[in-house]
Design a protein around this ligand. Structure first.
Ligand code: F6P
Length: 341
């Protein structure tokens, strides 16, 4: 078989582990040819192909990013985009396609599958918000980086008697915020799932600083928003391409805390640091397991499915059931973060 392979959306650590697994298993065990498309769906539309064989995947396991390149490009949003995808796949004699991506890439994959292309998807996103899987590739590394940052902020916060606000990624869901807040022992965590009341945050900080502490760590997911009708008016700023503006909510929360408490406060925006660098062992293992499961599924003739982690097991879930949905943080996990503050 000739199997196409692409990585789409934001990069994450662990993508190369998945690519390597697809190639090793696909070429070595099943005798397939793996054809890489550069820069996600953009490369499929443009016919931008690159061979990925055992030679290219040497030493990529510990390397962050994606050796195939990636782009935030959705063929279904372009006139004739899906037709261009089909035309390239025919021209390259691709029998089936493996798409590694987050919600946007997987939504596009589902549309391409509807047009009759055999597709198996693999979930990746540091935000961990892909529906239908317990974990996505990249999340573990991002939580590790955010936790390390919170640990480091603790010592400087305590030395200066400051409130340190740290903004982490998480546009639609606060997985990184909540889990790194628990792991790093942060005092406050603000997430998109539960709009916050700045007065309650301030009351809590004042009480804490009056009674037993001189510093606090406040973790804010980039998609956190204030409760409608609460003390803080906030219009979510939107970037040129409709993206979230990094640092906007963090800056606002820091300013509100400073103005309402008189405490000295500072902001750290972790940004793309969370997406860069070497993957943790957990992400290398997850990427490898998803890669093997995806190419095995393709070999069995399965299509329109996504590899997923359910507990300890890798399973396949139907793409149409998950495409377009977001997996948010359950209330009980947010409660753990709050209880341990
Ligand atoms: O991949 C999701 C994400 O990490 C979001 O949390 C964040 O808003 C976005 O990527 C940033 O993307 P870009 O790399 O396009 O700035």
């Amino acid at each position: 078989m000739r199997v196409g392979l692409l990585t789409g959306g934001g990069d994450v650590p662990g993508l190369n582990a998945a690519i390597r697994a697809v190639v090793k298993r696909g070429e070595g065990e099943h005798g397939h040819t793996i054809v890489g498309f550069r820069n996600g769906w953009r490369g499929v539309v443009d016919g931008d192909v690159t061979p990925v064989s055992r030679q290219q995947i040497r030493n990529v396991l510990p390397v962050g990013g994606t050796m195939l390149g990636t782009a935030r490009y959705h063929p279904r949003a372009e006139d004739g985009g899906i037709d261009a995808v089909i035309a390239t796949l025919e021209q390259e004699r691709i029998d089936a396609l493996i798409c590694i991506g987050g919600d946007g890439t997987l939504h596009a994959a589902s549309k391409v599958a509807e047009a009759g292309v055999k597709i198996v998807a693999i979930p990746k996103t540091i935000d961990n918000d892909v529906f239908g899987t317990d974990k996505s590739i990249g999340f573990d590394t991002a939580v590790w980086i955010a936790t390390e940052a919170i640990d480091r902020l603790h010592t400087t916060a305590e030395s200066h008697n400051r409130v340190m606000v740290v903004e982490v990624m998480g546009h639609h869901a606060g997985w990184i915020a909540v889990t790194s807040a628990i792991a790093g022992g942060a005092e406050v965590v603000l997430t998109p799932e539960e709009p916050f009341d700045i007065e309650k945050v301030v009351k809590y900080l004042k009480h804490r600083h009056r009674s037993h502490a001189s510093f606090s760590i406040v973790v804010v997911a980039e998609g956190a928003v204030p409760l409608k009708g609460s003390a803080m008016d906030y219009e979510v700023p939107v970037g040129k391409f409709g993206e979230i503006v990094a640092g906007a909510i963090g800056e606002r929360v820091k300013n509100e805390i400073e103005a309402r408490t008189g405490f000295d406060a500072r902001l750290t925006v972790l940004g793309h640091v969370q997406r860069g660098g070497s993957p943790t062992p957990t992400d290398r293992i997850l990427g490898s397991r998803f890669g093997v499961a995806a190419i095995d599924a393709i070999t069995r003739g399965e299509s329109d499915v996504m590899t997923a982690l359910h507990g300890e097991n890798i399973v396949l879930v139907p793409l149409p059931e998950i495409a377009g949905k977001i997996k948010v943080v359950p209330a009980d996990l947010i409660e753990v973060a709050r209880t341990l503050a």
